[in-house]
Design a binder for this molecule. Structure first.
Ligand code: G1P
Length: 275
């Protein structure tokens, strides 16, 4: 079955990025001049997604206003963007469950707004959609290797390798404490899920940080059916972190034709001025 819908949770308060997030949705912070969320919606649209479900919350209506404005973007014009409100945000698992009425009992993609992933070929979520097809409709999470000192920031997975880039999962742990991680393979916010995750989320108990964790629901799902992890091609930026955001901005400024040369000059000049 084809993946047509992508859920993007955008209800978070952006506590890692204060003070600006006291008044501005972190998803609208720009990379050069284009919001991080715009890049993520393009990743979905360029992968063949037809409908985006934004899970928003109080204080985030500027996100809907942004996508209602005339963006002059041919790719965006082809995609339908709808939203649903998460009244009492209780974690990522709860955000995904909130999207259920708009997902229509089909397999769907989830893209997290903090993670901007770039590459030259097929976008990250498109690569996972291809694995979903190849693995006969089993759920898939994207993974990347992280240093052992960073496993506490992510959902970490382990299992049995089935090919060069794919692992059949038996363990998924949300933000394991230092020394407790089952591997160094982290999920940077890209998932292809099947609707049988919803009943698990409906009955889920709070996990790490007192929140309903998607990772815990996927651990339960992995006990019932095959669930794969795929090491995608691409470079990921943590745009929800101050330094990751700065890094992404410099990367995009250096990558875009209209800003590359002047940014290179600017960086050299500033580096000299600092000496
Ligand atoms: C969430 C997920 C975590 C994932 C991470 C990727 O955590 O719960 O499993 O690895 O996103 O960015 P958050 O960063 O929202 O706390």
């Amino acid at each position: 079955m084809r993946i047509r819908t992508a859920v993007i949770p955008v209800a978070g308060k952006g506590t890692r990025f204060q003070p600006v997030t006291k008044a501005v949705a972190k998803e609208l912070l720009p990379l050069v001049d284009t919001p991080t969320l715009h890049h993520i919606v393009l990743e979905a649209a360029n992968s063949g997604i037809e409908k985006i479900v934004l899970v928003t919350s109080k204080g985030k209506s500027s996100i809907e206003d942004y996508f209602d404005s005339d963006l002059n973007d041919e790719v965006l014009k082809k995609i339908q963007i709808v939203s649903i409100r998460q009244k009492n945000p209780r974690g990522l698992g709860h955000a995904v469950l909130t999207a259920k009425p708009l997902v229509e009992n089909e397999p769907f993609a989830v893209l997290l707004g903090d993670d901007v992933i770039v590459n030259k070929g097929r976008p990250c979520i498109g690569q996972l959609m291809d694995v979903f097809e190849k693995r006969n409709g089993s759920p898939v999470v994207g993974i990347m290797e992280v240093p052992a000192s960073e496993t506490h920031k992510y959902g970490i997975v382990s299992g049995q390798r089935v090919d060069d880039h794919t692992i059949l999962l038996d363990k998924l742990v949300e933000k394991p404490a230092a020394g407790q991680a089952p591997s160094q393979f982290a999920i940077p916010g890209r998932y292809i899920l099947t609707p049988d995750v919803f009943p698990i989320l409906e009955n889920a108990q709070p996990g790490a940080g007192g929140e309903i964790q998607l990772t815990d629901a996927l651990q339960a799902l992995a006990k019932k059916r095959e669930l794969f992890a795929f090491q995608f091609q691409g470079r990921r930026f943590d745009a929800g972190d101050r330094f990751g955001y700065l890094e992404a901005n410099i990367y995009f400024a250096l990558q875009r034709e209209d800003t590359r040369e002047s940014t290179e000059k600017l960086i050299k000049r500033l580096a000299k001025e600092l000496l």
